[in-house]
Write a protein that binds this ligand. Structure first.
Ligand SMILES: [Zn+2]
Length: 198
């Protein structure tokens, strides 16, 4: 999957899973979004991947998915106070890999990828329908989706950068993942946490 699909699916996952996991939505959502930074591994062998190759065959944080998953589980055993959140991170990691596998099935067909992203938007609209801040969330989801795809569309279709010829494509994708996560952090950080400090 590409950046927008990963980020939107991560937020939907956090909204669905935070209660069963016994953790707050906000930290789980931020952690699940940040997990997608594992795609930074594409920067190393970018020249082998035209954007439609299996990440599991080429990129080391995807090749070592089982080891990474095990390491996160072990971390949950060691850091007991953070156990539930770390298990949430484990699920978010598996979600990322699962979506990459799904995208491989469709050979990263652009219609299928965009279709999946629109399904994510619809799911998020449903999941946040009773939230006090739903309008702010909806604006963020649609804004994130448009911004990420317009930037990536601009560099690939207008500037003509090819992922396997220009490291800038995967670098931009990584920066967009980071920016999306930080924007979510800034916009939705619970206010009571700030007032607790003052
Ligand atoms: Zn990936």
């Amino acid at each position: 999957m590409y950046v927008a699909g990963h980020l939107l699916a991560s937020i939907a996952f956090a909204k669905i899973a935070h209660k069963p996991l016994g953790v707050k939505f906000f930290p789980l959502a931020v952690a699940a979004m940040a997990v997608n930074l594992i795609d930074a591994d594409h920067l190393i062998y970018y020249y082998l991947d035209d954007g439609t190759k299996s990440s599991f065959a080429l990129h080391f944080l995807h090749q070592s998915w089982a080891f990474l998953g095990l390491a996160v589980c072990l971390l949950a055993l060691v850091l007991k106070p953070w156990q539930n959140l770390i298990f949430g991170i484990f699920f978010a990691l598996m979600l990322h890999y699962g979506l990459d596998l799904l995208a491989n099935v469709f050979v990263y067909d652009l219609n299928a990828v965009i279709g999946f992203e629109i399904l994510c938007l619809a799911l998020l609209a449903f999941l946040f329908r009773n939230d006090e801040q739903r309008l702010k969330y909806y604006l963020f989801f649609v804004g994130l989706w448009l911004f990420v795809n317009l930037v990536l569309g601009f560099i690939t279709f207008i500037l003509g950068w090819k992922p396997d010829a220009h490291r800038g494509v995967y670098l931009t994708a990584t920066l967009l993942t980071l920016l999306g996560t930080l924007a979510f952090w800034k916009l939705f950080k619970p206010k009571h946490e700030q007032s607790d400090v003052s």
